[in-house]
Design a protein around this ligand. Structure first.
Ligand SMILES: Nc1ncnc2c1ncn2[C@@H]1O[C@H](COP(=O)(O)OP(=O)(O)O)[C@@H](O)[C@H]1O
Ligand SMILES: [Mg+2]
Length: 425
């Protein structure tokens, strides 16, 4: 299909050296070493459209573009060319080939008539082996290239990971906001319904109604009406409670007060709120506090933190140690001063039933619950996630092993940036 041919031409007085210097591999070479390299190569002209080399062909030389323009491209499975990049005067390509002599990883074609300085692997290796200094210079540069590359890969990986976390938080936030929005809309008609049902309930309990109830002719009908009114009242109250918790999935719907508190006693207080439930369920909560005295201050929202902790503790009661099985809960608090801003690390760990790995990531999803038949709504962990990431400006993670228990870890800054929770409003 393509014919590959080169026209070898003599070296004119072009500043090849200036271009060679820019190649990272040669960055440590001095002027005389560069001169020797320059003399080992040749100049070649490629016509517009001519292929310089094809993917998977053996790599035997590197190219510096003295003039012209080239296109680096790949061929995908549909035989379509995908351009990777263009290179122009002063750029170079195929430089690693002179080290490893591997197969080419892409195709290169001249877009317009181009002149390249071409250095063949064999000639390069010959110069290199003639001088240990030069060899060591190239080796140092090569090490640096490799190090830079691995650093780039690491940085890219980190960026990708951060993006994924952000996307995850965004997904949770969007869903929570939708739930809270719907709840807000339902709230008004529900409020009216509630007032109306209270009125009906009240009216049915006046004495004339009681007389009707005692009257044989009406008693069945009256009993039905009273029962229906009770049902209405009870379920409307339940619906109201649900809507209230739906609203809480979005931080903008709950209010918190920014306070400067001593964190360990604040946590002890929150745990105290749970003590009655704990006693009934046979749960012992032990708080371990590893925070040095000088780092105990937290500028944050204790109200939100208490919602988070109480949600986690009630989950432990319901799911980790069900049926009053009882057990231990370890809460540990430490701080990380080396990070900026300094962070608190709070872990709440149980040794109960645990969560199967395929369900672990679902626990933060709104409406995911395994306790639908015992009053679960699946909103608790969604609220925890949202409060931890939005209101406390931190992170939350969960680890669990079936039969071994579950640990939820919150990491949040010791000083919250103000105005942040309004972001959602
Ligand atoms: N400590 C725990 N141990 C075992 N399972 C848990 C624990 N915490 C949460 N879960 C699981 O995560 C699910 C979601 O929890 P959550 O969002 O609070 O909803 P809900 O409590 O309404 O079920 C629960 O239904 C349960 O299956
Ligand atoms: Mg819950």
């Amino acid at each position: 299909m393509f014919t590959i041919h080169h026209v070898d031409i003599k070296l004119p007085g072009m500043r090849i050296i200036d271009n060679l210097k820019r190649i990272p591999l040669f960055s440590r070479l001095n002027e005389s070493e560069l001169n020797r390299i320059e003399r080992s190569g040749v100049l070649r002209t490629f016509a517009a459209g001519e292929i310089v080399f094809l993917e998977n062909s053996p790599a035997d030389s590197m190219y510096v573009i003295m003039s012209g323009l080239v296109k680096i491209y790949k061929i995908d499975s549909d035989e379509q060319g995908i351009d990777i990049c263009m290179k122009r005067e002063g750029d170079f390509f195929g430089e690693l080939a002179i080290i490893d002599g591997d197969l080419r990883s892409a195709n290169v074609a001249a877009v317009e008539e181009s002149v390249f300085y071409v250095l063949e692997r064999d000639s390069f290796l010959k110069v290199l082996s003639s001088s240990t200094d030069m060899f060591s210079h190239v080796l140092t540069s090569l090490t640096r290239v490799i190090r830079n590359n691995s650093e780039n890969i690491f940085r890219e990986k980190l960026a990708k990971q951060n993006l994924q976390t952000e996307m995850e938080i965004e997904r949770h936030r969007a869903l929570s906001q939708m739930v809270a929005g719907v709840a807000h809309e339902i709230n008004t008609p529900l409020g009216i319904l509630r007032t109306a049902s209270t009125l009906i309930h009240k009216r049915l309990n006046v004495s004339i109604m009681k007389e009707l109830l005692d009257d044989e002719r009406y008693s069945d009908t009256m009993e039905d009406i009273l029962e229906a009114a009770d049902l209405m009242q009870g379920n409307i109250t339940r619906a109201h409670q649900l809507v209230e918790s739906f609203k809480k999935t979005s931080v903008s719907q709950i209010t918190g007060k920014l306070e400067d508190v001593d964190l360990p006693p604040t946590i002890a207080e929150i745990v105290g709120l749970f003590s009655l439930n704990a006693k009934r369920a046979g749960i012992t909560v032990v708080v371990a506090d590893d925070v040095p005295v000088e780092n105990r201050h937290w500028v944050g929202y204790p109200g939100y933190l208490s919602q988070i902790i109480l949600n986690l503790l009630s989950n432990i009661q319901r799911y980790a140690y069900p049926d009053r099985a009882g057990g231990k809960v370890d809460i540990s608090l430490s701080c990380r001063n080396e990070s900026n801003p300094p962070l608190f690390v709070l872990t709440i760990r149980d040794y109960g039933r645990g969560i199967a790995s395929e369900n672990l990531q679902k626990v933060f999803n709104a409406f995911y619950t395994t306790g639908r038949n015992c009053g679960g709504t699946g909103l608790g962990m969604a609220i925890v996630h949202n409060l931890a990431t939005s209101a406390l400006q931190g992170k939350v993670s969960i680890e669990s092993e079936p039969g071994e228990g579950t640990a939820v870890t919150l990491i949040f800054p010791q000083r919250i940036k103000e105005a942040e929770p309004d972001r959602e409003a």
